[in-house]
Design a binder for this molecule. Structure first.
Ligand SMILES: Nc1nc2c(ncn2[C@@H]2O[C@H](COP(=O)(O)OP(=O)(O)O)[C@@H](O)[C@H]2O)c(=O)[nH]1
Ligand SMILES: [Mg+2]
Length: 685
């Protein structure tokens, strides 16, 4: 909290301020009889703080459809909160900020200077002329703007109006230096109203354009300046339509109107109505000649030219209720807009989460398929062909030994001993052939998983963006070595299982001392032919290979042990293959993990938006009834040209009648806006 935020809590503030304006200290002067920050405002601020935090935490890194728009939307929502809404709610009594915006050379700076009767902002034909935007405030309102309460992203530069650069003193060219806001005090302004001369909305400098949009976003009221030449441009209307959508209060100035071109006002009025700004007031300012009567005088427009705007703004500054109404209207519109935006962003967050889940699902599906593929190839006998089969046949031969095995366990044992003694070096060759076959099965499956995952991701906008610059169309370079290691590890597991089993059963020790490798090979062969439920006949598909292995193992360990051993060996193989494939899958999921889009963000955001909506509804319902029609004496200055209104003309352009009473004098159009603004009961606005 900045010191200014605490302002409304002073002891003087607790008394109704009506009628005390003239005598009170600054904060009372600007306080008027606005409601203090009651519980409903505090609740609204709390809800907005939560929304702000959730928007801040929102991640939209995946290229889902509409993600780019959502990112911009999120940035805009955060700006709305930081630059405008939260500062406005935390300091309700801060002056009404009028941001003067519009196209290049429309005459914004000239208008601001002419209204103040001081050269606060450098006008000029060379662009960009308005370097640091200038915020002019009444001297007693300084504290509202010197802190980072509003527009925290802009450094403050403080000057008096008299220090302001004169047109001739400014540099002929230049760029915006950093992001700063020049604060200028001026007695000419009514207290409670500040004017900000923003950069050109169509500046050739991107930073200028962005700053202009940001400043308009921080405005309680837009004073939008356009000209006969520019009023139909697209850029202003883009901004104005956005303003209308969030019900930002807008007043239009059609500036630099040449004599005879006044009908342009009708066309502009028509465009305003078409773009949702039918109720916005429109001021027409004639082009001042370069010389002669009605010319620019030291850069100032004639008083009559700015009279309507001056009268209107001065009236607004002097009427706390009217001011509060403008502030509340813009604020309510921004809140509603924010809620809408947050709900859309919640949908965008859901889309991110869905894309995250979709991409992960592809990874898991394809790598799961790979595991199933390895599982099938290692249990249906497919491995027991080619090299493995050849080495196995070399190993077992058609020896005497197998006839002994058929003949019975007792004799088989003797035969085994003889067999193992005779073939000690052939078991490792079978083992090697198995390793080789297994390796290609696993590598093949992993490669297919990589290809399929890559293809699926590539066909998904969110996935395709993630693949950029990464080598993910194939398995990782070190995979072959890793698979080789896992297979060797598994073969050691199998030998260990055989060794353990032998240790449990006396009598086989001798056979084992000679034949761990041979029995291990038999177990491996058996694994590749014996998923649960495979019968001897089915095993026969593998050319009788496995029957032999099975008989041999059963002769040594017995049926039950063999069944258990083969299940265990298979389980360990699967676990190792799984870990290899998990490692491959993680190369993809790591891309997603890094983005943090897995966490569901949509619901939290939606909930926060609903909470804001509810809090705003309560806050509006307890707002004090409008006093209606009361005008108050205003403090501070009067803008230059107040009361100097032009007379009705005969050229068909509607003009204001000569001045009535100050706050009631309005521009050409007797719209409901005026009644609404100044609290007339019969207003239909
Ligand atoms: N003759 C004449 N020049 C004007 C008028 N209004 C603005 N200018 C000049 O037009 C140029 C651009 O005006 P400026 O106020 O800087 O426009 P901004 O870019 O909207 O701030 C400056 O040189 C002004 O002196 C006018 O009514 N008559
Ligand atoms: Mg300017």
């Amino acid at each position: 909290m900045t010191p200014a935020d605490d302002v409304p809590r002073g002891p003087i503030e607790s008394a109704p301020a009506v009628g005390k304006h003239a005598a009170g200290p600054p904060d009372v002067l600007s306080a008027g009889d606005l409601p203090g920050p009651g519980a409903s405002i505090v609740a609204l601020i709390d809800a907005l703080d939560t929304l702000r935090a959730r928007l801040g935490a929102l991640r939209l890194p995946l290229e889902t459809p509409g993600a780019a728009v959502a990112r911009a939307d999120r940035a805009r929502a955060v700006d709305q909160l930081d630059d405008y809404l939260l500062p406005r709610l935390r300091a309700e009594r801060a002056p009404l900020l009028v941001v003067v915006g519009g196209s290049t050379g429309a005459g914004k700076s000239t208008l601001v200077n002419s209204l103040l009767g001081e050269q606060v902002s450098a006008p000029g034909v060379l662009r960009p002329t308005t370097r640091a935007p200038v915020l002019v405030h009444h001297p007693l309102d300084a504290r509202w703007f010197t802190t980072d309460r509003v527009l925290p992203g802009l450094a403050r530069v403080t000057t008096d109006a008299s220090d302001a650069p004169r047109p001739e003193a400014r540099q002929p060219s230049g760029t915006v230096t950093g992001r700063s806001l020049r604060l200028v005090k001026s007695d000419a302004l009514p207290q409670g109203l500040a004017l900000l001369d923003a950069p050109d909305i169509d500046s050739v400098e991107t930073a200028n354009r962005e700053l202009a949009a940001e400043l308009l976003g921080a405005a309680d009221l837009w004073l939008f300046v356009t000209t006969a030449a520019r009023y139909a441009d697209a850029v202003p209307w883009d901004l104005l339509v956005q303003a209308a959508a969030r019900r930002a209060q807008v007043a239009m100035v059609l500036d630099r109107v040449d004599p005879g071109a006044e009908t342009v006002a009708d066309d502009l009025r028509r465009l305003m109505a078409e773009h949702g700004l039918g109720d916005a007031p429109l001021f027409v300012i004639p082009e001042a000649a370069d010389a002669g009567p009605g010319a620019l005088d030291d850069g100032y427009l004639p008083e009559e030219a700015v009279g309507e705007v001056a009268t209107w703004l001065t009236g607004l500054g002097g009427d706390p209720e009217a001011r509060a109404r403008v502030i509340a209207a813009t604020r309510d519109g921004v809140i509603d807009d924010l809620v809408r935006r947050a709900v859309h962003l919640a949908d965008a967050a859901d889309a991110q989460q869905a894309a995250d889940a979709r991409l992960r699902d592809a990874v898991h599906r394809h790598h799961g398929d790979a595991l199933a593929q390895v599982d099938a190839a290692t249990s249906d006998g497919a491995l027991l062909r080619g090299e493995v089969l050849a080495r196995w046949q070399d190993f077992v031969g058609t020896s005497e030994f197998f006839r002994s095995v058929e003949a019975g366990v007792g004799r088989a044992r003797d035969a085994l001993v003889a067999f193992f003694r005779g073939k000690p070096r052939q078991a490792p060759q079978v083992e090697q052939a198995i390793a080789h076959g297994l390796e290609s099965v696993v590598l093949d499956a992993a490669e297919q998983a990589a290809e399929r995952t890559y293809e699926t991701w590539r066909g998904d906008a969110a996935g395709a963006a993630l693949l950029q610059g990464l080598e993910l169309s194939r398995t990782s370079g070190g995979l072959r070595a890793q698979v080789g290691e896992e297979i060797r590890g598994w073969q050691s597991d199998v030998l260990e299982l055989v060794r353990e089993q032998g240790a449990e059963k006396r009598g086989t020790a001798r056979a084992l001392s000679l034949g761990v490798n041979a029995l291990g090979v038999c177990l491996m062969i058996l694994v590749f032919a014996s998923t649960a439920g495979l019968t001897g006949a089915e095993i026969g598909i593998a050319g009788g290979t496995a029957i032999l292995a099975q008989k041999l193992l059963e002769a040594v360990f017995g049926d039950d042990a063999v069944r258990r051993l083969s299940v265990e060996a298979k389980k360990r193989l699967n676990a190792r293959v799984q870990s290899v494939l998990d490692g491959q899958a993680a190369r993809y999921t790591a891309q997603l993990d890094a983005l943090g889009t897995r966490a569901p963000a949509g619901d939290g955001l939606r909930e926060a938006a609903r909470a804001v909506e509810g809090a705003a509804r309560s806050e509006r319902s307890v707002r004090p009834a409008e006093a209606g029609g009361t005008t108050r004496p205003f403090s501070g200055g009067m803008l230059r040209g107040v009361g100097a209104l032009r007379r009705p003309t005969t050229d068909g352009v509607p003009r204001v009648e000569p001045p009535g009473e100050v706050p009631d004098a309005g521009p050409q159009r007797r719209s409901g806006f005026w009644g609404w603004l100044f609290g007339r009961k019969d207003s239909a606005w």
